[in-house]
Unconditional design. Sequence first.
Length: 483
Amino acid sequence: GSGAVFAAVDIGASSGRVILGKLTDDGPELVTVHRFPNGAQFLGGALRWDVEALFTEVVAGLATAADTAARAGDTVTSIGIDTWAVDYGLVDASGTLRHLPFSYRDARTEATIGVVHAALPPERLYARTGLQFLPFNTLYQLAAERSLAGVQALLIPDLLAYRLTGARCTEATNASTTGLLDAGTGTWAEDLFAPLGLAPDLFPPLVEPGTVVGRLLPAVAAAAGLPASTAVVAVGSHDTASAVAAVPADSPHFAYISSGTWSLVGVELDAPILTDESRAANFTNERGVDGTIRYLRNTGGLWLLQECLREWSIEGPEPDLVGLLAAAATLPAGGPTIDADSNDFLAPDGMPGRIRRAAEAAGHAAPSSREAVVRCILDSLADAYARTLHDAARLSGHRIDVIHVVGGGSQNALLCQLTADRTGLPVLAGPVEATALGNILVQARAAGLLAAGPGLAGIRAAARAAARTVRYEPADAALSPAR
Ligand code: ADP
Ligand code: LRH
């Protein structure tokens, strides 16, 4: 039937997609209309994102979305964009990019972390911003730029929205990953800019999810086959913010693992925790949709597995992920593990060898076969999840009865089972496309099609109606470290 549909542009570090979403009487319906690979590339001597190629894919995806909607008699009401966090493009007054955006995995911030901390000690930064220390937080990257004269910094989703509409803004959930936002108020921590030599208007003004950013530029509208009146609406433009908004939880006592290139592991809170203990445990207080706090830690994630697969596909034929996972599942428990949280695994290249050496350095026999390397990664991730959720519960006092795993990694049955076993908690896996779902539901609410509030209740109810989850029970519920 005819009606309003919403287009989600969702680009993760490993792949992007354009998904159309529609609210029906049976809940939200999602259709993926375009997919494309993504990854940082060595360009001009550094690891960078080819945002020009990404923009081309976005417009191609929107054109397919327009077509698909038109054939169903539907209208694309609005477009929302989310991507990975922290990275940005520098644009001058005419909108020209100074250079292709750096990837957060580029090593150039090693030289600037000390410079930033000399101006602003880490204790002061944490008390103000609540952001966990990661070597690639935006403020360390900005300190590595040769010059910021005459440019504004646009976070990646905001940069894409600017290219679509000509309007500049900084979406608030993603702004919280810059290290320059006040964790309590969700506004810029203005006093941090001058000590870092940053202009107060380096970033465009903040907007909250649900705000209309602008309308399509005529050239974009023509290329996409959409009316120029089509709105681009700010969503939780940090992919993890959109994913967590769409966790299909039916009680507040849940934890989440947003499982993709990274595993983002934590709980949802009403207020940030800015204590020294929390800083020492390296927990972050990122902003979620509706001012919620995503109290979480970044753990290594499926990046380790992605990089092994990439390495093996250079050595020979493309390995089959599903087959490797099945082989890894037949290996006995208690094999070698590594610290999946270690920053040693941040950079690309040579991953299987790095994992073998890390296992040996930890006093284990190095995993030799490919399936043993895969099992080592998954056992190590499950260990890291259990550790992190134990800490999250301890530091926040938040009760955890169930773990929701969302994102591409929710399809990994072995990892879900190991997670249930290690934490002693049931795991509910799915949806795979939680990020796009969260993106679409925020747009639908802005269009008045979803009950507003209280808080995320309306969005979560719609997420539950959309989700088909798979349940994993812990092998031994008595060992329950996360409780
Ligand atoms: P990102 O948003 O960071 O790019 P995704 O949420 O798309 O990541 O998740 C990608 C990951 O999902 C892959 O690295 C892979 O490990 C996992 N994945 C994808 N398909 C499957 C599958 N069929 N079975 C198990 N895992 C899968
Ligand atoms: C996941 C993610 C994560 C950030 C990282 C840079 O895609 O946005 O939340 O820490 O990428």
